[in-house]
Design a binder for this molecule. Structure first.
Ligand code: C5P
Length: 309
């Protein structure tokens, strides 16, 4: 019986801005955010053996990841149960083994687990001959995790709801990105709860929509991208950043260091704790990394260099 092996990379994301727009009946918060793919990536090798049953995941490079709680397992389970319903009730899932090389930091707000899960869905969809429509695959993805659908698109997308309403927008590819990750992560529920205890910042969806439209035009070069993005600096905020800084003060330390090193724009991504800074190109981001790498206040933080995709 055939054994097939697939190699795939899973890129991370940053949230260029993240606004919280009320709560849903299930207690989750409604988001309005632009997600941007970056080339900081995990690597997966997925082996499928239809002559056997079972699942195994090997996480390399990190001892802190519980393979059983990994979203890749959930992605396989959801894909196979939907496949069974769609095709054949007698279907039994093949043996699936995933070698996962983690480079995206966990508890960073960079979507590493979600991106890995999306990569698994893409591979299974290919292996089984594209059984699901795009819409069906998106529905499976959102059941695996709120950030997973974005990674089926990648690039630059406006994401709403809990992340499942996705509109691709004009690419912002090619910008330099410097990322700093404090040792401590931010607890996402704690961060949302702390945000709820504070007064909500005003949010004008029409104004944001006009802003997104203003960026949705052909970009001449990277300087043009930054100019359009920074034209409404007051819109570039993450509503989770203030509560996250209360939980992990190094987030603010990183922001100050990145701004001092010449960042065009700097913000926390997702619910943290990673902070990203944007530059016109990768070279400028690398130069800033050189400047901040020996700053004593950042000694507990990890730095990463990337580019928008
Ligand atoms: O999606 P994730 O499992 O990381 O979410 C963890 C927690 O963060 C949720 O249980 C919820 O309390 C909070 N959350 C939220 N609104 C969102 C995403 C997460 O309130 N859109």
């Amino acid at each position: 019986m055939p054994t097939d092996s697939y190699e795939i990379t899973a890129n991370a994301k940053i949230n260029l801005f993240l606004r919280v727009n009320g709560t849903l009946p299930n207690g989750y918060h409604r988001l309005y955010t632009v997600m941007q793919e970056i080339d900081c990536a995990d690597k997966l090798t997925i082996t499928i053996d239809s002559s056997r049953r079972g699942f195994k995941i090997n996480c390399f490079g990190r001892s802190d990841i519980d393979p059983e709680k990994n979203l890749c397992k959930k992605a396989c389970d959801r894909f196979f149960s939907n496949y069974k319903k769609l095709k054949d009730e007698s279907f039994t899932a093949p043996y699936t083994e995933i070698d996962l090389i983690k480079n995206i930091p966990s508890e960073s707000g960079m979507g590493g687990g979600s991106s890995d899960a999306a990569a698994v869905l893409v591979v299974l969809q290919e292996h089984f001959g594209q059984p699901f429509t795009e819409e069906e695959l998106l529905r499976i993805a959102v059941n695996v995790g709120a950030d997973v659908p974005f990674f089926l698109y990648g690039g630059t997308c406006l994401c709403e709801g809990v992340g499942e309403v996705i509109k691709p927008v004009e690419s912002l590819a090619g910008l330099g990105v410097l990322i700093g990750k404090p040792k401590a992560g931010v607890s996402t529920p704690e961060c949302f709860a702390l945000m709820d205890s504070e007064e909500a910042k005003p949010f004008d969806m029409k104004a944001y929509s006009d802003y997104i439209d203003s960026m949705n035009t052909h970009h001449r070069n990277n300087s043009d991208i930054l100019e359009k993005l920074l034209a409404k600096r007051e819109f570039l905020i993450n509503d989770l950043e203030v509560p996250a800084i209360k939980l992990v003060p190094e987030i603010e330390t990183l922001k100050t260091a990145f701004i001092n090193a010449g960042a065009e724009y700097c913000c926390m991504t997702g619910s943290g704790s990673a902070v990203f800074a944007l530059f016109e190109n990768r070279g400028d981001a690398a130069a800033a990394m050189e400047q901040v790498k020996d700053v004593p206040a950042l000694s507990g933080c990890s730095l990463y260099l990337a580019e928008t995709v």
